[in-house]
Design a protein around this ligand. Sequence first.
Ligand code: HPA
Length: 274
Amino acid sequence: MSEIYEKLQKSLESIRKVTDFVPEIGITLGSGLGGLSEKIEKVCEISYKDIEGFPVSTVSGHDGKFIFGTLSGRKVVVMSGRVHYYEGYRMMEVVTPVRIMGLLGAKIILLTNAAGGINIDFNPGDLMLIKDHISVFVPNPLIGQNADELGTRFPDMSSVYDKQLQDQIKEAARVTGVDLQRGVYVQLSGPSYETPAEIRMLRNLGADAAGMSTVVEAIAANHMGLRVAGISCITNMAAGILNQPLNHEEVKATADQVKEKFEKLVMEFIRNAR
Ligand code: HPA
């Protein structure tokens, strides 16, 4: 057994001591978007700190627990609070929770995040369907020994974000009357925000939104054959677009303002996700 898989099995065992719940869908909630977890009919909760071998999140606005239950009539596991590379974890550890959601039984993974808008047609408060990503500015989470039990050494990334799920999110947006942008998400390491020059560079490279998560999780999920969907909440315009400094309070405040339409969209998508 590969070392990574052995570690994952230990984490899985400590969860299985608490619950035998098998989720259909795994959901990761981004900064300030944790409110959705209140909509879940909860079966049980497990703090990351109670799971053997699990990294624990340290950012304010990120709780750090798995919530198991029913959302829109579907069995879900929600990662309320994720762990980030900038907290000092290795990428392999950062993707542990998403891998565990897959090993628990989830076949579909919805990744959400707060992001800075690079595309000048976006506005703070917009929701963006992630159609593709740029991963080259952060280490790949699959570096190191390959966990053959999960997937192949050289996984294809030509359609990370499942086309059918993208269509279902667009349909959920139509049904709920929520405006939806579409774009390419780029992950940076953080924790400092980008400079205006970096944002100009990223725009030239084809990125529409920047953040500090999601891409590595999408890679790890794709590696193990899970179907991935992603939604960004554009919480601010990226550096240099508006004549104002960026801060985490603004990110959380905007996420809080859009929470109603975000929750409406996600709940409608989850109801019909196939
Ligand atoms: N840059 C990077 N990450 C972010 C931003 C940003 O502007 N806003 C929210 N997360």
